[in-house]
Ligand binder design. Structure first.
Ligand code: HEC
Length: 237
C-alpha cells in the first residue's frame, strides 16, 4: 500500500466512522437478541424432541471401542500417526497449542493492510493447507480401524486365532505389526513364531508368565487357535 492509497483509506475510514453506530448499545443489543433466540430454540427443541442419549453405559464391557467426537478425529488421527511414545506429548499438546498461539498472534505478525484473499498469498495458501490437512486427518480418523484390530494380513486358517488375540486384550501389552502397544509391558509378538515353538506359545498364553495374566479361561480350542495364529507370525509378511 503506497502513501496515496493509505491517505485514501484513512479518509474513507473517517467518513465510515462518522456514519457508523457505536458498539454499545447497538451491536450489543443485536447480539443479545440473537443469543436469546438461539437459546430459546435449543430449549424448545430439547423439550419437544428430547435428547438422544445412546445406550446405557455398561462398565463390564470388554469390546467397547472408545472413539472421540467427530470434530476431534483429526487430533485422534494425529495421535495414531505419531507412534513413538516420546513424541506423543508433541502431537497432543505441542502441535495444537502452537497452531492456536499462531492464530491468536496473527493480527500482530501479519500487518499487511490487504484483505482480498488473492492479494495475501501466504495467508491464503496456509489457510487452505490447514483446512486440507484437517479434512484429511478427520477422514482418516473416521475410517480408522478400532484399537483392538490387527491389520497384519494372515492366511484364512489363522483368522479365528487372530480374532481371539484381537479381542482378548493382548494388544494392551503386546505389539503385533503396526497395532498394539509398542514399547508396552510385553514383548513385541510380530515375529514370535520365529522365536519360540507353538507349544511354548500355548504354554505362555495358558499360564501367563510373569505379570501376564493367565488366559486358560479361553478354553482349549481357543488356546490352540491363538497358538496356531501366533506361531504363523514369523515377521516375513
Ligand atoms: C498385562 C499385560 C499382558 C497381557 C494382557 C498379555 N500379555 Fe503376553 N506377556 C506379557 C509379558 C510382560 C510377557 C513376558 C513375561 C515374562 O517372560 O516374564 C508376556 C509374554 C508373552 C508370550 C511369550 C513371549 C516370549 O517371547 O516368550 C506370549 C506368546 C504372549 N505373551 C502372548 C500373549 C497373548 C496371546 C495375550 C492375549 C491372549 C497376551 N500375551 C496378553 C504381558 C501381557
Amino acid at each position: 500500500m503506497n502513501a496515496r492509497e493509505k491517505e485514501e483509506y484513512l479518509r474513507e475510514y473517517e467518513i465510515l466512522k462518522k456514519k457508523g453506530k457505536p458498539f454499545f448499545p447497538y451491536a450489543i443489543m443485536k447480539d443479545s437478541v440473537m443469543m436469546l433466540i438461539v437459546a430459546g430454540v435449543l430449549i424448545a427443541m430439547s423439550i419437544i424432541m428430547g435428547a438422544e442419549q445412546g445406550p446405557k453405559a455398561d462398565p463390564t464391557t470388554t469390546t467397547y471401542t472408545p472413539r472421540p467426537e467427530w470434530y476431534f478425529f483429526y487430533l485422534f488421527e494425529l495421535l495414531r500417526v505419531i507412534k513413538p511414545p516420546a513424541l506423543v506429548p508433541v502431537a497432543t499438546i505441542g502441535i495444537p497449542t502452537i497452531c492456536m498461539v499462531l492464530l491468536l498472534l496473527l493480527p500482530f505478525y501479519d500487518r499487511g493492510p490487504e484483505r482480498v484473499p488473492w492479494k495475501r498469498p501466504i495467508a491464503t495458501t496456509t489457510g487452505i493447507m490447514v483446512i486440507i490437512a484437517m479434512a484429511l486427518l478427520t477422514y482418516k480418523g473416521a475410517v480408522a480401524g478400532s484399537p483392538s484390530e490387527i491389520e497384519l494380513a494372515t492366511s484364512p486358517q489363522y483368522e479365528q486365532g487372530k480374532a481371539i488375540v484381537a479381542e482378548s486384550g493382548c494388544l494392551a501389552c503386546h505389539a503385533i505389526g503396526e497395532n498394539g502397544a509398542h514399547g508396552g509391558l510385553g514383548p513385541d509378538l510380530t515375529d514370535i513364531g520365529s522365536k519360540i515353538p507353538k507349544e511354548a506359545i500355548k504354554q505362555s498364553v495358558t499360564i501367563g508368565p510373569g505379570i501376564m495374566p493367565s488366559f486358560q479361561g479361553l478354553g482349549e480350542e481357543n488356546l490352540n487357535a491363538v497358538a496356531d495364529y501366533l506361531a504363523s507370525l514369523n515377521g516375513e509378511d
